[in-house]
Design a protein around this ligand. Structure first.
Ligand SMILES: Nc1ncnc2c1ncn2[C@@H]1O[C@H](COP(=O)(O)OP(=O)(O)O)[C@@H](O)[C@H]1O
Ligand SMILES: [Mg+2]
Length: 719
């Protein structure tokens, strides 16, 4: 099983003037890669709170009381806002019930799709600059240490030079990229213009031509338009002339000269776009040292080669040599520290094994160890050592579990003893007792203690293996670092432009089934139907190509036929993009053809969990029965059984099974003790006392038994 997301023991409350609302109470579930998990329950059961906790967008009065949300080796409840921001939208996306709440009514649809892409891109560029600087600083520090104090000035100078010629290169690259972006913009404008003209749409020809002419002026760049400047100027004049005579109109009114001028612009821009790109990393260095030379004396391919030789001879080989010494130094010092970490861990694990280490001392020790491990990481390794980076969290976590159990176990023992005594006393008096004592829920302290040392052992083995693997190839690593920095430097100036974003948006609109996306791109949300709006919201959610899509009641605001289309779309996208989906709904009927697994939620807890087949064909919790009975049935047109009563007040959640008060099958014990999970199969469990071996036998309601029969007959066994 490949789990992409694991929610463990999540507990979320809200502070309100009336008291603390216990919205989500210790829920756990896994989402498997490429699968759909449905979370189903009445309004207020905690579905949205769960999904918002995953995305880190809970309201300000929320308290995360406990638990973990593991994604990609991280606990989403522990990472900083910056990392979370990167995950939100990029890796995990969400769509909500009401598409209008996610759309701005006065901004055109196209812009709303591209905005998300552009904003993300801006964030990526600023972190790229920081990564570049950080890495250079680490190289400088290690190379100085490796080469000794007397080389300090030399190392500083080389690092400065590396930085400076990268800046020079970036300037050229940026100007080139800007020109190229305008050219791509123009291709897109010309395509739009010609497309709309061919569809006989009304066009503001004068203004469109003027916009294109203005852009054409910005295409010029020393490298980008080299040798084409005259053609660009001529095209500019052609457009200007065409614009001066043009007016608003349809294709039949547009003179042929105008169409030709636009076609010319498109052709020229395509020619420019197909040129070989100069390698500015090399050229930048040459220019820095020879500012007066005419770089256009040779063709681009030759220039790239020439500048590479020049760069290597005059700087790069020497720089790589220096950097390699730094890389080696960093590796060796970190290696020594790793050895000390192993010794320290081996020594300290006995503390954790002995009785008597207090909780405070354990935490103090964990912090020290985490700091030591952190310090032993080779910062010039490009691939992060995730075991070392997560060691601190893992150890703290194991400590918390152990010490919590130390406190809780005796309480649980006392509870059990008291209830057993009460039951025995009643039986001794000859009374009939229709409730059972809840089994003892005590944790195995030895096992939990073992977990603490296991985290440390794991770290020891990991570092021992690391040491056994031997030295890396330092010269290879040092080239890799230069490549990595080149890549980061390029990311700083490589903007996603409006036109790139637009073309991608149009593709996305096509993918989510919007007809005529080029026309729809420029319309406002009110010009779309509800279903089309939800498709747009889905397109926005997919813009950054996430791994997980959370759908919170995505079809509740839509009418039935449209609902089916959106569900089909989500299914299609899931398959095509290998998405993992969390699908939240209050309507079990909606998920029959969607979900691989279903979690039934009531009053902040999961009360039943199973595959879709198990939940539909073999439901076990009376609440699941109630949900199934209230599901519309097109076959029989039977009157629906609304679930009687109302959900409990979550400031004072009831003891026992929270559904007991509305459950006609409730046993006495349901009002007193919280039912544990009873497993029906490996994949199916329910938290209801009805599954206890001593419970009276209860059949599901008639309406459900009948329906299951019918469903089985119709589909031959599978929904
Ligand atoms: N910001 C908040 N402040 C107080 N209570 C809240 C807040 N957000 C949600 N709740 C409460 O948490 C519970 C679960 O809500 P929610 O997850 O939105 O339910 P649903 O299952 O309908 O999505 C409800 O009782 C709701 O009133
Ligand atoms: Mg909700």
């Amino acid at each position: 099983m490949d789990k992409i997301l694991e929610v463990k023991n999540l507990k979320v409350s809200f502070r309100t003037s009336g008291g603390t609302v216990k919205a989500v109470r210790h829920i756990s579930f896994d989402l498997e890669r490429g699968k759909t998990l449905a979370i189903v329950g009445e309004s207020g059961s905690g579905k949205s709170v769960t999904s918002k906790a995953i995305l880190g967008i809970l309201a300000g009065n929320s308290i995360i009381e406990g638990g973990e949300i593991l994604f990609d080796g991280m606990d989403l409840l522990k990472i900083d806002e910056e990392t979370m921001c990167d995950i939100r939208g990029n890796r995990i996306s969400m769509i909500f019930q009401d598409p209008l709440s996610s759309l701005n009514p006065i901004v055109k649809i196209g812009r709303q799709i591209t905005e998300a892409m552009l904003l993300k891109d801006k964030g990526n560029r600023s972190t790229a600059r920081r990564d570049f600087n950080d890495l250079l600083a680490i190289i400088k520090e290690n190379s100085t240490a490796a080469l000794g104090k007397e080389s300090e000035a030399k190392v500083a100078e080389m690092c400065k030079k590396f930085d400076e010629f990268n800046i020079e290169s970036n300037h050229m690259q940026e100007s080139y990229n800007n020109a190229k972006n305008v050219a791509e913009d123009l291709i897109s404008d010309a395509e739009d213009f010609l497309f709309l003209a061919s569809k006989n749409q009304k066009l503001d020809v004068k203004s469109d031509l003027k916009t294109m002419a203005d852009k054409l002026k910005k295409v010029k760049d020393e490298f980008y338009t080299y040798g084409m400047d005259e053609k660009v100027d001529a095209a500019y004049l052609e457009l200007k002339n065409a614009a001066s005579t043009a007016k608003r109109g349809k294709i039949s009114d547009i003179p042929e000269g105008v169409i030709n001028a636009v076609k010319d612009v498109e052709d020229h821009m395509r020619t420019l776009n197909s040129q070989t790109e100069p390698d500015f990393f090399r050229i930048g260095f040459y220019k820095q040292n020879n500012p007066e030379t005419d770089l256009h004396a040779m063709p681009v391919e030759e220039l790239n080669e020439f500048c590479l030789d020049y760069l290597n001879e005059n700087f790069m080989l020497e720089y790589l040599d220096m950097e390699q010494k730094g890389v080696e130094y960093s590796y060796r010092t970190a290696l020594e520290k790793k050895k000390s970490v192993i010794d320290e861990l081996k020594e300290d694990r006995t503390f954790f094994e002995q009785e008597g280490l207090s909780r405070t001392d354990a935490h103090k020790k964990a912090k020290e160890l985490a700091a030591m491990v952190e310090d032993s990481i080779d910062k010039l390794e490009i691939n992060k050592d995730s075991v070392a980076y997560t060691f601190g969290h893992a150890l703290e976590d194991a400590i918390d579990r152990y010490y919590n159990a130390v406190v809780k176990n005796p309480k649980e023992e006392a509870r059990y003893a008291k209830q057993s005594a009460k039951r025995d006393a009643l039986i001794a008096k000859g009374k009939t007792v229709d409730w059972k004592v809840v089994p003892k829920l005590v944790y195995d302290l030895d096992e939990l203690k073992g977990n603490m040392t296991a985290v440390m052992d794991n770290m020891i083995v990991h570092y021992e293996n690391y040491i056994a693997a031997g030295e890396p190839d330092f010269s290879k690593r040092s080239v890799e670092i230069v490549d990595f920095m080149k890549y980061k430097a390029a990311a700083v100036v490589h903007k996603i432009t409006r036109s790139m974003a637009k073309e991608k948006a149009i593709e996305l609109m096509e993918e989510v089934g919007i007809p005529e996306p080029r026309i729809r791109y420029n319309q406002y949300p009110f010009e779309f139907s509800g279903g089309m709006r939800q498709r747009i919201v889905i397109a926005i959610a997919l813009a950054a190509n996430p791994d997980i899509l959370i759908c919170d009641e995505p079809t509740t605001a839509l009418d039935v036929t449209i609902q089916a289309q959106i569900l089909e779309l989500i299914n299609k996208l899931k398959a095509e993009r290998d998405l993992s989906v969390i699908f939240i709904t209050h309507d079990l009927g909606v998920v029959a053809n969607m979900a691989d697994e279903i979690a039934v939620m009531y009053a902040g807890k999961i009360v039943e969990f199973g595959t879709a087949d198990e939940i539909f064909y073999d439901p076990r919790h009376p609440y699941t029965w109630a949900l199934l009975s209230s599901m519309p049935d097109l076959d029989t047109k039977e009157k629906l059984d609304a679930i009687p009563g109302t959900p409990p007040n979550m400031i004072y959640p009831p003891e026992g099974d929270a559904f007991a008060a509305r459950n006609k099958y409730a046993l006495q014990i349901d009002f007193e003790q919280e039912p544990p999970k009873f497993h029906v199969s490996d994949t199916h469990w329910a938290a209801t006392w009805l599954l206890h071996p001593d419970a009276p036998k209860v059949e599901p309601p008639r309406i459900i038994v009948d329906r299951i029969e019918r469903m089985k007959k119709r589909s031959g066994g599978s929904i």
